[in-house]
Design a protein around this ligand. Structure first.
Ligand SMILES: *Cc1c(COP(=O)(O)O)cnc(C)c1O
Length: 441
């Protein structure tokens, strides 16, 4: 079915070679399957809702490249647009019509005036922080524990002991001085935010939040909490940075904003996008109103640049993806996602596995042993029955169902997840639920 562009014939062999060539065998840590204790399959191709590895095994893909593949793999319109772009040239390092077209598409979906394209979500959030600091002349940033915004130094800070104390480097190589400029507070905790603003008057440039926290599993904001963030930042002259890298154009047609800001009638100051906006190509962006975005060079004093930013092939994939993500696509994804959620819950219930489904529009995650109060913050996420996940995951993978290899990651459904794919998931879940039930700490 696929020509396999490799001499590897087994996943073991492929991963051993990978480990000899790249740190941990990967180019992004979670791909190493560390928390589930398996050799990751080496993927050679994907189509629709399915992945194929070097051994020819086929999997129902519930990772979707960590979100981008909203339409499914190899959507004909996206493939055609990318091929056409390739035929015109790979990169010009110059202004192109398609950059404007993608910008206009985003403007037609969300209330933004100006957008700057970059290549990764990490760059987008890093730039958003710089704009917020440039706009306010302040140094400090507030983020939430368990919130992920890419791997720039200032966003790899973790909470120190005690609320609103200075933070610790979240990685070796991050200096204490940089980490100290990021204040980490618990999500869904209004009091902690009031305190941090009181403790650092006129020093906080921005609060950065995921539009729905989705990198510790999904954590739903308590009713009114996101509106409170809008209000408290405004009250203190700080910017609200709204990270839609994961949720944008996926959780709902208008992303995570569609669940809170849009119905409540408010907008953040800066938005960041990634993942779906590039449809599988390296595209991300930072956006906002004309005033704040005019702080960016060449108009303003905040410097930012990128050799491959707005790359024409990547723009073509983004345009084709967003313009094909119509109402019907979102309804299909929502329908398939609800069906899969229900199947997961039924299977776990049948085996008496205590769990909660954590849902953000069409994205969801499963937390074990949390049914009494769900997951409200990072503390709850960490204190779930994590040990049930690895056996659950291994059983699914053995049966050809590929979910993200960590309990702190989400399930991503695409418009290509048809009844046949869902039936395969349904067949695999009972044994996986049994494995989760039998797991011991
Ligand atoms: C994935 C992600 C990022 C980082 O994007 P990269 O393209 O991996 O650098 C930033 N923020 C959120 C919310 C994400 O999920």
């Amino acid at each position: 079915m696929t020509d396999q562009p490799t001499s590897f014939t087994s996943n073991q062999q492929a991963f051993r070679a990978a480990e000899a060539a790249m740190p941990g065998g990967v180019n992004s840590p979670v791909r190493a399957f560390g928390s589930v204790g398996l050799t990751p399959p080496s993927i050679v191709s994907a189509r629709g809702a399915y992945l194929t590895d070097v051994e020819g095994n086929e999997y129902v893909d519930l990772v979707g490249s960590w979100g981008p593949m909203l339409l499914g793999h190899q959507h004909p319109a996206v493939v055609e647009a990318v091929h056409a772009a390739v035929d015109r040239g790979l990169s010009f390092g110059a202004s192109t019509p398609d950059e404007t077209h993608l910008a206009e598409l985003v403007k037609s979906i969300l209330p933004i005036d100006r957008i700057r394209f970059v290549s990764t979500g990490t760059e987008a959030t890093m730039t958003a922080l710089r704009i917020a600091r440039g706009a306010t002349g302040r140094d400090l940033i507030v983020k939430f524990a368990g919130g992920y915004h890419g791997h720039s130094d200032g966003l790899l800070a973790s909470a120190g002991s005690g609320v609103a104390t200075q933070s610790l480097p979240g990685s070796a190589g991050v200096t204490a001085a940089v980490a100290a400029q990021t204040l980490v507070v618990p999500f869904n905790d209004r009091q902690a935010l009031e305190e941090v603003f009181a403790d650092y008057p006129e020093q906080i440039a921005a609060v950065i939040t995921e539009a729905v926290p989705a990198n510790m599993g999904i954590v739903a904001p308590e009713p009114g909490f996101m509106g409170f963030l809008r209000e408290i930042t405004q009250r203190h002259g700080a910017k609200l940075i709204w990270d839609e890298v994961l949720t944008g154009f996926r959780a709902t047609p208008t992303g995570g904003w569609g669940l809170t800001g849009q119905p409540e009638g408010w907008t953040p100051d800066l938005w960041t996008f990634g993942k779906v906006i590039g449809g599988g190509m390296p595209v991300a962006a930072v956006a906002g109103n004309a005033e704040i975005m005019s702080l960016l060079s060449p108009l303003g004093p905040v410097y930012q640049a990128g050799t491959l930013s707005g790359n024409p092939v990547a723009m073509a994939a983004g345009i084709a993806t967003l313009s094909n993500a119509d109402e019907q696509v979102y309804q299909q994804v929502a329908h398939a996602s609800r069906q899969i959620q229900q199947l997961v819950s039924e299977a776990l219930d049948a085996e008496g596995v205590d769990h909660s489904l954590q849902v953000a529009g069409t994205i969801f995650s499963v937390a074990f042993g949390t049914s009494d109060h769900g997951v409200r913050n990072y503390h709850d996420a960490q204190n779930q029955e994590v040990f049930r996940f690895a056996p659950f995951f291994r059983s699914l993978l053995e049966q050809g169902i590929y979910i993200a290899p960590s309990v702190f990651e989400d399930w991503f459904v695409s418009a290509a997840h048809d009844q046949q794919a869902i039936d395969r998931i349904a067949e695999a879940l009972p044994a996986a639920a049994k494995a989760a039930a039998a797991a011991t700490e």
